[in-house]
Design a protein around this ligand. Structure first.
Ligand SMILES: NC(=O)c1ccc[n+]([C@@H]2O[C@H](COP(=O)([O-])OP(=O)(O)OC[C@H]3O[C@@H](n4cnc5c(N)ncnc54)[C@H](O)[C@@H]3O)[C@@H](O)[C@H]2O)c1
Length: 331
């Protein structure tokens, strides 16, 4: 099978390209390098022995996107490309709606033109909004009280894809709702290297460890959780990458929806302790005010992915910390 991976030089995309190539898929990458570097393609070659064809194309460029799709002869598309910084999306909602939604519409138009009927979409647990419970199953309602324009783009794209699947009964769509991806490739050569100011825990921990930030702010320690700090479901990025292969192997006409998470909740303080244990160094932190929009606790119920895709996480938080430290030591 030949796969187009949009956003394939990004964090999750690059790890997925490695797993696809290792499994014998033919891959091409489309990315505008808004949040990644072209050199990632060389690292992919170093890790797999195969250099995927790279198209530096913006999905907002409808004609260029169509050309890639027409010439590629793809069997499926995995669509990672998008802007993802939650706080930035609150400051620049129009940019997020334009990039994520128009970009996806252009991709869908190009797929339609070229007769490509299979799409795996990077969605997010954020589409559940604030569902009033901590354990998220795929049948919970979505779209209510989503805290950011970023999250709303994911919800809106899910709805667009559901509508298209009604209109075209041959369209095969997988909506994969990721929980919190962390970690790096075990070689330490691929990892998360965001441009700009991150607002996810792990990239901030990495910046503190590198000395770029003096300390980590823990936003709130009086939540109703095991130690008062927020609890999330962290998933190793290589497990997440493998979830995409499981999805590709189980595609059928219509829309299928899966949570990709570990099913376990880990608090911010537990994450700090795990990083300190793996690195052997203290991570300076302070307790700060709660952040608007943060839910106290949520985690995936990942049983549907296990039962229907035969996929579950295999790597631990400790693995993720060790791999992150290898990556940090390389850069
Ligand atoms: N990392 C997370 O915590 C998380 C959680 C849930 C969902 N997701 C989603 O997974 C996907 C991948 O996330 P990531 O963490 O790898 O992010 P990333 O920023 O590392 O990768 C996204 C890639 O898309 C590219 N891109 C953005 N806009 C583009 C456009 N208009 N045209 C072409 N390329 C474009 C960027 O340059 C980048 O390489 C995103 O859609 C993200 O929203 C991420």
């Amino acid at each position: 099978m030949k796969i187009l991976v949009t956003g394939g030089t990004g964090y999750i995309g690059s790890h997925t390209v490695v797993e696809l190539l290792k499994d014998g898929y033919e891959v091409e990458i489309l990315d505008n390098l808004a949040n990644s570097k072209a050199s990632v393609v060389d690292v992919i070659e170093e890790l797999t022995g195969i250099k995927p064809k790279f198209h530096q194309v913006d999905l907002l460029d409808k004609e260029a996107t169509k050309k890639v799709m027409q010439e590629g002869g793809f069997d499926a598309v995995i669509h990672f490309a998008g802007l993802k910084a939650v706080a930035e999306s609150v400051e620049q909602p129009l940019r997020y709606y334009e990039n994520n939604i128009i970009g996806t519409l252009n991709l869908l138009a190009a797929m339609k033109d070229a007769g490509v009927k299979r799409l795996v979409f990077s969605s997010s647990a954020t589409v559940y909004g604030d569902p009033g419970k901590n354990a998220y199953t795929e049948d919970l309602p979505t779209g209510q009280n989503i805290a950011s324009p970023y999250g709303k783009t994911k919800y809106m794209i899910e709805e667009i894809l559901k509508d298209e699947a009604v209109a075209d009964p041959e369209f095969e769509v997988m909506l994969l709702r990721y929980f919190n991806p962390i970690g790096a490739h075990e070689s330490g050569k691929l990892g998360e290297d965001p441009n700009g100011r991150p607002n996810n825990l792990m990239p901030i921990i990495m910046k503190v460890a590198k000395g770029e930030y003096p300390e980590l702010s823990v936003y709130g320690n009086d939540y109703p959780t095991k130690d008062g700090t927020c609890v999330r479901d962290y998933i190793h990025v290589v497990d997440l990458a493998k979830g995409h292969l499981a999805a590709l192997k189980n595609m059928k006409p219509g829309v299928k929806i899966y949570n990709l998470g570990s099913g376990k909740g880990t608090s911010v303080l537990e994450m700090i302790a795990a990083f300190e244990k793996a690195s052997g160094e203290k991570l300076p932190y302070k307790i700060a005010e709660r952040r608007a929009g943060d839910l106290p606790e949520f985690y995936a119920v990942p049983t549907k992915a296990l039962e229907e895709l035969g996929w579950k996480t295999e790597l631990t938080i400790e693995d993720a910390m060790n791999d992150t430290i290898k990556y940090l030591n390389n850069f």
